[in-house]
Write a protein that binds this ligand. Structure first.
Ligand SMILES: NC(=O)c1ccc[n+]([C@@H]2O[C@H](COP(=O)([O-])OP(=O)(O)OC[C@H]3O[C@@H](n4cnc5c(N)ncnc54)[C@H](OP(=O)(O)O)[C@@H]3O)[C@@H](O)[C@H]2O)c1
Length: 334
Protein backbone atom coordinates (compact mmCIF):
# COMPACT_ATOMS: atom_id res chain seq x y z
CA UNK A 1 0.00 0.00 0.00
CA UNK A 2 1.28 3.52 -0.86
CA UNK A 3 1.91 5.86 2.05
CA UNK A 4 2.32 9.63 2.24
CA UNK A 5 3.67 12.27 4.60
CA UNK A 6 0.80 14.13 6.24
CA UNK A 7 0.60 16.94 8.79
CA UNK A 8 -2.31 16.89 11.21
CA UNK A 9 -3.46 17.28 14.80
CA UNK A 10 -5.08 15.19 17.48
CA UNK A 11 -5.80 17.48 20.43
CA UNK A 12 -6.96 21.08 20.51
CA UNK A 13 -3.63 22.71 21.45
CA UNK A 14 -3.03 26.40 20.64
CA UNK A 15 -1.09 26.77 17.37
CA UNK A 16 1.87 28.22 19.33
CA UNK A 17 2.22 24.95 21.34
CA UNK A 18 4.94 22.53 20.18
CA UNK A 19 3.31 19.59 18.40
CA UNK A 20 -0.08 21.30 17.99
CA UNK A 21 0.44 20.05 14.43
CA UNK A 22 2.77 17.15 13.67
CA UNK A 23 3.88 15.05 10.70
CA UNK A 24 3.14 11.37 10.32
CA UNK A 25 3.36 8.77 7.56
CA UNK A 26 -0.16 7.56 6.69
CA UNK A 27 -1.55 5.11 4.13
CA UNK A 28 -3.12 6.55 0.98
CA UNK A 29 -6.73 5.35 0.73
CA UNK A 30 -8.03 3.58 -2.37
CA UNK A 31 -8.81 5.90 -5.32
CA UNK A 32 -12.61 6.25 -5.68
CA UNK A 33 -14.25 6.14 -9.14
CA UNK A 34 -14.39 9.98 -9.46
CA UNK A 35 -11.16 10.62 -7.53
CA UNK A 36 -7.92 12.19 -8.63
CA UNK A 37 -4.73 11.28 -6.77
CA UNK A 38 -2.87 14.59 -6.61
CA UNK A 39 0.76 15.29 -5.69
CA UNK A 40 0.29 18.48 -3.66
CA UNK A 41 2.81 21.25 -4.47
CA UNK A 42 1.29 24.13 -2.49
CA UNK A 43 -1.52 24.75 0.01
CA UNK A 44 -3.10 27.71 1.73
CA UNK A 45 -4.49 28.10 5.23
CA UNK A 46 -8.03 29.41 5.77
CA UNK A 47 -9.86 30.41 8.98
CA UNK A 48 -11.77 27.09 8.77
CA UNK A 49 -8.47 25.22 9.38
CA UNK A 50 -7.92 27.19 12.56
CA UNK A 51 -11.52 26.68 13.73
CA UNK A 52 -11.35 22.91 13.13
CA UNK A 53 -7.98 22.58 14.88
CA UNK A 54 -9.64 23.96 18.01
CA UNK A 55 -12.07 21.02 18.05
CA UNK A 56 -10.55 17.85 19.58
CA UNK A 57 -10.49 15.19 16.91
CA UNK A 58 -9.55 12.03 18.85
CA UNK A 59 -7.90 10.49 15.81
CA UNK A 60 -5.06 12.03 13.81
CA UNK A 61 -6.86 14.47 11.48
CA UNK A 62 -5.29 16.09 8.43
CA UNK A 63 -6.51 19.64 7.81
CA UNK A 64 -6.05 21.88 4.77
CA UNK A 65 -8.51 22.49 1.98
CA UNK A 66 -6.85 24.65 -0.68
CA UNK A 67 -4.24 22.92 -2.83
CA UNK A 68 -2.45 23.18 -6.14
CA UNK A 69 -0.61 20.19 -7.55
CA UNK A 70 -0.22 17.59 -10.30
CA UNK A 71 -2.53 14.64 -11.04
CA UNK A 72 -0.70 11.33 -10.49
CA UNK A 73 -3.59 8.90 -10.92
CA UNK A 74 -7.29 8.84 -11.78
CA UNK A 75 -10.31 6.72 -10.76
CA UNK A 76 -12.11 4.54 -13.30
CA UNK A 77 -14.99 7.03 -13.89
CA UNK A 78 -12.82 10.17 -14.25
CA UNK A 79 -13.40 12.10 -17.47
CA UNK A 80 -12.27 15.65 -16.74
CA UNK A 81 -8.53 15.12 -16.05
CA UNK A 82 -5.51 12.97 -16.99
CA UNK A 83 -2.29 12.15 -15.13
CA UNK A 84 0.14 15.04 -15.52
CA UNK A 85 -2.56 17.76 -15.44
CA UNK A 86 -1.86 20.70 -13.15
CA UNK A 87 -4.87 21.35 -10.91
CA UNK A 88 -6.13 23.52 -8.07
CA UNK A 89 -9.06 22.91 -5.72
CA UNK A 90 -10.52 23.38 -2.23
CA UNK A 91 -11.56 19.82 -1.40
CA UNK A 92 -14.34 18.92 0.99
CA UNK A 93 -14.72 19.21 4.75
CA UNK A 94 -15.84 15.56 5.10
CA UNK A 95 -12.60 14.09 3.65
CA UNK A 96 -8.97 14.23 4.83
CA UNK A 97 -7.35 17.57 4.02
CA UNK A 98 -4.60 18.70 1.66
CA UNK A 99 -1.80 19.00 4.21
CA UNK A 100 -0.28 15.84 2.77
CA UNK A 101 1.94 15.09 -0.21
CA UNK A 102 -0.51 12.73 -1.92
CA UNK A 103 -4.17 13.66 -1.71
CA UNK A 104 -7.45 12.25 -3.06
CA UNK A 105 -10.15 14.62 -4.33
CA UNK A 106 -13.32 14.27 -6.42
CA UNK A 107 -12.70 15.55 -9.98
CA UNK A 108 -16.03 17.44 -9.99
CA UNK A 109 -14.70 20.03 -7.50
CA UNK A 110 -11.28 20.47 -9.16
CA UNK A 111 -10.19 23.05 -11.74
CA UNK A 112 -7.25 23.27 -14.14
CA UNK A 113 -4.61 25.43 -12.47
CA UNK A 114 -4.14 28.86 -14.07
CA UNK A 115 -1.10 28.39 -16.36
CA UNK A 116 0.35 31.87 -15.81
CA UNK A 117 0.94 31.64 -12.04
CA UNK A 118 2.99 29.49 -9.66
CA UNK A 119 1.56 26.60 -7.63
CA UNK A 120 1.81 28.80 -4.51
CA UNK A 121 -0.10 31.66 -6.15
CA UNK A 122 -2.72 29.22 -7.46
CA UNK A 123 -3.19 27.74 -3.97
CA UNK A 124 -4.34 31.16 -2.72
CA UNK A 125 -7.44 31.01 -4.90
CA UNK A 126 -9.78 28.01 -4.88
CA UNK A 127 -11.66 28.06 -1.55
CA UNK A 128 -12.13 31.83 -1.55
CA UNK A 129 -13.05 31.93 -5.26
CA UNK A 130 -15.71 29.26 -4.81
CA UNK A 131 -17.17 31.13 -1.80
CA UNK A 132 -17.10 34.49 -3.65
CA UNK A 133 -18.49 33.10 -6.91
CA UNK A 134 -21.32 31.23 -5.19
CA UNK A 135 -22.13 34.27 -3.02
CA UNK A 136 -22.48 36.53 -6.08
CA UNK A 137 -23.96 34.19 -8.67
CA UNK A 138 -25.62 31.28 -6.82
CA UNK A 139 -26.94 33.06 -3.71
CA UNK A 140 -27.48 36.68 -4.85
CA UNK A 141 -28.11 35.41 -8.43
CA UNK A 142 -26.60 38.55 -9.93
CA UNK A 143 -26.90 38.63 -13.72
CA UNK A 144 -23.84 39.89 -15.64
CA UNK A 145 -25.85 43.00 -16.61
CA UNK A 146 -26.75 43.84 -12.96
CA UNK A 147 -26.58 47.52 -12.01
CA UNK A 148 -26.38 48.83 -8.46
CA UNK A 149 -24.07 49.03 -5.45
CA UNK A 150 -22.40 46.19 -3.54
CA UNK A 151 -20.92 46.69 -0.06
CA UNK A 152 -18.15 44.17 0.70
CA UNK A 153 -17.59 43.76 4.46
CA UNK A 154 -14.29 41.96 5.02
CA UNK A 155 -12.85 43.06 1.66
CA UNK A 156 -9.25 42.80 2.92
CA UNK A 157 -9.61 39.13 3.95
CA UNK A 158 -9.24 36.02 1.81
CA UNK A 159 -12.76 35.86 0.36
CA UNK A 160 -13.25 39.62 0.12
CA UNK A 161 -9.98 40.09 -1.80
CA UNK A 162 -11.11 37.81 -4.62
CA UNK A 163 -14.80 38.76 -4.44
CA UNK A 164 -14.00 42.43 -5.11
CA UNK A 165 -11.99 41.37 -8.18
CA UNK A 166 -14.65 38.98 -9.51
CA UNK A 167 -17.34 41.63 -9.10
CA UNK A 168 -15.26 44.22 -10.97
CA UNK A 169 -14.24 41.76 -13.71
CA UNK A 170 -17.69 40.30 -14.42
CA UNK A 171 -20.22 42.87 -13.20
CA UNK A 172 -19.32 46.17 -14.90
CA UNK A 173 -22.59 47.82 -13.81
CA UNK A 174 -21.95 47.16 -10.12
CA UNK A 175 -20.16 49.75 -7.98
CA UNK A 176 -18.07 48.17 -5.20
CA UNK A 177 -17.66 49.74 -1.76
CA UNK A 178 -15.03 47.87 0.27
CA UNK A 179 -14.17 47.93 3.98
CA UNK A 180 -10.57 48.70 5.00
CA UNK A 181 -9.32 49.86 8.40
CA UNK A 182 -6.23 51.86 7.36
CA UNK A 183 -4.58 53.46 4.32
CA UNK A 184 -2.42 50.43 3.42
CA UNK A 185 -5.53 48.23 3.42
CA UNK A 186 -7.53 50.84 1.52
CA UNK A 187 -4.76 50.86 -1.15
CA UNK A 188 -4.98 47.04 -1.33
CA UNK A 189 -8.73 46.99 -2.00
CA UNK A 190 -8.54 49.91 -4.45
CA UNK A 191 -5.80 47.94 -6.25
CA UNK A 192 -8.26 45.04 -6.50
CA UNK A 193 -10.81 47.35 -8.15
CA UNK A 194 -12.98 48.78 -5.35
CA UNK A 195 -14.30 52.22 -6.34
CA UNK A 196 -14.91 53.39 -2.73
CA UNK A 197 -13.60 52.41 0.70
CA UNK A 198 -15.16 52.72 4.15
CA UNK A 199 -13.57 52.00 7.54
CA UNK A 200 -15.41 49.25 9.45
CA UNK A 201 -13.80 50.47 12.68
CA UNK A 202 -15.60 53.80 12.26
CA UNK A 203 -19.31 54.53 11.79
CA UNK A 204 -20.09 52.21 8.89
CA UNK A 205 -23.69 53.37 8.39
CA UNK A 206 -22.72 57.05 8.23
CA UNK A 207 -19.92 56.41 5.70
CA UNK A 208 -22.00 54.13 3.46
CA UNK A 209 -25.08 56.34 3.46
CA UNK A 210 -22.90 59.36 2.58
CA UNK A 211 -21.95 57.45 -0.60
CA UNK A 212 -25.37 55.85 -1.32
CA UNK A 213 -28.12 57.78 0.52
CA UNK A 214 -30.86 55.30 -0.43
CA UNK A 215 -28.81 52.31 0.78
CA UNK A 216 -26.84 49.63 -1.09
CA UNK A 217 -28.55 46.98 -3.21
CA UNK A 218 -26.40 44.08 -2.01
CA UNK A 219 -24.16 43.44 0.97
CA UNK A 220 -21.59 40.64 1.21
CA UNK A 221 -20.27 40.00 4.70
CA UNK A 222 -17.53 37.84 6.19
CA UNK A 223 -17.92 39.51 9.63
CA UNK A 224 -21.59 39.89 10.59
CA UNK A 225 -21.45 39.38 14.36
CA UNK A 226 -23.24 42.29 16.10
CA UNK A 227 -23.82 44.07 12.77
CA UNK A 228 -27.42 43.28 11.85
CA UNK A 229 -28.84 46.64 13.05
CA UNK A 230 -26.19 48.46 10.99
CA UNK A 231 -26.98 46.33 7.94
CA UNK A 232 -30.68 47.20 8.36
CA UNK A 233 -29.64 50.86 8.05
CA UNK A 234 -27.30 50.57 5.06
CA UNK A 235 -29.22 48.17 2.77
CA UNK A 236 -32.14 49.54 0.72
CA UNK A 237 -35.67 48.12 1.06
CA UNK A 238 -35.86 44.70 -0.63
CA UNK A 239 -32.06 44.58 -0.88
CA UNK A 240 -30.13 41.39 -0.12
CA UNK A 241 -27.35 40.27 2.20
CA UNK A 242 -25.16 37.20 1.77
CA UNK A 243 -23.06 36.05 4.75
CA UNK A 244 -20.24 33.50 4.90
CA UNK A 245 -19.33 33.56 8.59
CA UNK A 246 -20.99 31.55 11.36
CA UNK A 247 -24.40 32.05 13.01
CA UNK A 248 -26.70 32.08 14.72
CA UNK A 249 -27.89 35.58 13.77
CA UNK A 250 -31.11 37.31 14.77
CA UNK A 251 -32.11 38.91 11.46
CA UNK A 252 -35.46 40.32 12.65
CA UNK A 253 -34.20 43.96 12.35
CA UNK A 254 -34.16 43.37 8.56
CA UNK A 255 -37.90 42.71 8.35
CA UNK A 256 -39.16 46.33 8.28
CA UNK A 257 -37.25 46.83 5.00
CA UNK A 258 -37.92 43.30 3.65
CA UNK A 259 -34.17 42.75 3.35
CA UNK A 260 -33.22 39.19 2.41
CA UNK A 261 -30.61 37.20 4.36
CA UNK A 262 -28.73 34.38 2.60
CA UNK A 263 -26.02 32.02 3.82
CA UNK A 264 -23.26 30.71 1.58
CA UNK A 265 -21.09 27.72 2.50
CA UNK A 266 -18.60 26.66 -0.15
CA UNK A 267 -18.67 23.03 1.07
CA UNK A 268 -22.44 22.74 0.42
CA UNK A 269 -22.08 21.09 -2.98
CA UNK A 270 -19.58 18.36 -2.06
CA UNK A 271 -21.12 17.79 1.40
CA UNK A 272 -24.56 17.21 -0.12
CA UNK A 273 -23.23 15.57 -3.29
CA UNK A 274 -25.58 17.89 -5.20
CA UNK A 275 -26.50 17.02 -8.78
CA UNK A 276 -24.74 20.22 -9.92
CA UNK A 277 -21.51 19.58 -7.97
CA UNK A 278 -19.54 19.84 -11.23
CA UNK A 279 -20.36 23.58 -11.23
CA UNK A 280 -17.37 23.99 -8.88
CA UNK A 281 -15.14 22.47 -11.58
CA UNK A 282 -16.59 24.87 -14.16
CA UNK A 283 -16.25 27.95 -11.95
CA UNK A 284 -12.65 27.12 -11.03
CA UNK A 285 -11.85 26.75 -14.74
CA UNK A 286 -13.46 30.15 -15.40
CA UNK A 287 -11.46 31.72 -12.57
CA UNK A 288 -8.27 30.18 -14.04
CA UNK A 289 -9.08 31.69 -17.46
CA UNK A 290 -9.69 35.10 -15.87
CA UNK A 291 -6.30 34.84 -14.10
CA UNK A 292 -4.55 33.84 -17.33
CA UNK A 293 -6.26 36.77 -19.13
CA UNK A 294 -4.90 39.15 -16.45
CA UNK A 295 -8.41 40.03 -15.20
CA UNK A 296 -7.97 38.46 -11.72
CA UNK A 297 -4.82 38.16 -9.67
CA UNK A 298 -3.88 35.72 -6.92
CA UNK A 299 -4.28 37.08 -3.39
CA UNK A 300 -1.24 35.51 -1.63
CA UNK A 301 0.51 38.04 0.61
CA UNK A 302 2.62 35.64 2.77
CA UNK A 303 4.46 32.59 1.36
CA UNK A 304 6.06 30.08 3.74
CA UNK A 305 8.31 27.24 2.63
CA UNK A 306 8.70 24.28 2.82
CA UNK A 307 5.45 22.72 4.10
CA UNK A 308 6.29 21.40 7.59
CA UNK A 309 4.50 21.18 10.94
CA UNK A 310 6.40 24.34 11.97
CA UNK A 311 5.52 26.47 8.93
CA UNK A 312 1.94 25.25 9.05
CA UNK A 313 1.72 26.24 12.75
CA UNK A 314 3.12 29.65 11.82
CA UNK A 315 0.45 30.02 9.12
CA UNK A 316 -2.26 29.00 11.60
CA UNK A 317 -1.03 31.68 14.00
CA UNK A 318 -1.12 34.37 11.30
CA UNK A 319 -4.60 33.41 10.06
CA UNK A 320 -5.89 32.86 13.61
CA UNK A 321 -4.84 36.44 14.43
CA UNK A 322 -7.80 37.59 12.30
CA UNK A 323 -5.94 40.47 10.58
CA UNK A 324 -4.70 38.70 7.44
CA UNK A 325 -4.55 40.80 4.31
CA UNK A 326 -5.25 38.43 1.40
CA UNK A 327 -4.00 34.86 1.90
CA UNK A 328 -1.20 32.85 3.53
CA UNK A 329 0.24 30.06 1.33
CA UNK A 330 2.86 27.32 1.80
CA UNK A 331 4.84 25.58 -0.92
CA UNK A 332 7.17 22.60 -1.41
CA UNK A 333 8.13 19.67 0.82
CA UNK A 334 11.45 18.87 2.48
N1 LIG B 1 -18.98 30.14 4.06
C1 LIG B 1 -17.87 29.89 3.42
O1 LIG B 1 -17.87 29.15 2.44
C2 LIG B 1 -16.59 30.52 3.87
C3 LIG B 1 -15.47 30.53 3.03
C4 LIG B 1 -14.33 31.17 3.47
C5 LIG B 1 -14.30 31.82 4.70
N2 LIG B 1 -15.40 31.75 5.49
C6 LIG B 1 -15.42 32.44 6.80
O2 LIG B 1 -15.44 33.84 6.54
C7 LIG B 1 -14.70 34.52 7.54
C8 LIG B 1 -13.61 35.37 6.88
O3 LIG B 1 -12.69 34.55 6.24
P1 LIG B 1 -11.65 35.17 5.17
O4 LIG B 1 -10.70 34.07 4.85
O5 LIG B 1 -12.34 35.88 4.09
O6 LIG B 1 -11.00 36.36 5.94
P2 LIG B 1 -9.88 36.50 7.02
O7 LIG B 1 -8.64 36.37 6.30
O8 LIG B 1 -10.12 35.73 8.24
O9 LIG B 1 -10.22 38.01 7.38
C9 LIG B 1 -9.28 38.84 7.93
C10 LIG B 1 -9.58 40.24 7.41
O10 LIG B 1 -10.89 40.65 7.80
C11 LIG B 1 -10.87 41.99 8.23
N3 LIG B 1 -11.88 42.14 9.29
C12 LIG B 1 -11.86 41.61 10.53
N4 LIG B 1 -12.97 41.97 11.20
C13 LIG B 1 -13.70 42.71 10.35
C14 LIG B 1 -14.95 43.39 10.46
N5 LIG B 1 -15.68 43.34 11.57
N6 LIG B 1 -15.41 44.07 9.38
C15 LIG B 1 -14.69 44.12 8.23
N7 LIG B 1 -13.49 43.52 8.07
C16 LIG B 1 -13.01 42.84 9.13
C17 LIG B 1 -9.47 42.18 8.77
O11 LIG B 1 -9.10 43.52 8.58
P3 LIG B 1 -8.76 44.44 9.85
O12 LIG B 1 -7.72 43.71 10.62
O13 LIG B 1 -8.30 45.70 9.23
O14 LIG B 1 -10.05 44.59 10.63
C18 LIG B 1 -8.61 41.23 7.92
O15 LIG B 1 -8.03 41.87 6.81
C19 LIG B 1 -14.17 33.44 8.49
O16 LIG B 1 -15.08 33.28 9.55
C20 LIG B 1 -14.20 32.19 7.62
O17 LIG B 1 -14.26 30.99 8.36
C21 LIG B 1 -16.54 31.13 5.10
Amino acid sequence: MTSTTAIGYQTDLPSSAPNSLFAREIPVAETGPHDLLVEVEAVSVNPVDVKLRKQPSGDFRVLGFDAAGVVQGVGEAVTLFRPGDEVYYAGSIDRPGTNQRLHLVDERIVGHKPRSVSFAEAASLPLTSIAAWEALFTCLRLPLEATGTLLVVGATGGVGSILVQIARALLPGVTVIATASDEERADWVRGLGAQHTVDHRGDLAEQVLALVPGGVDWLFTAHSDGQIETYAEVVRPFGQIVAIDDGPRDVSPLKAKSIGWLWELMFTRPLNQTADMVEQHHLLDQVADLVDDGRLRPTATHTLSPITADTLSEAHQIVGGGRTLGKVVLQGWT
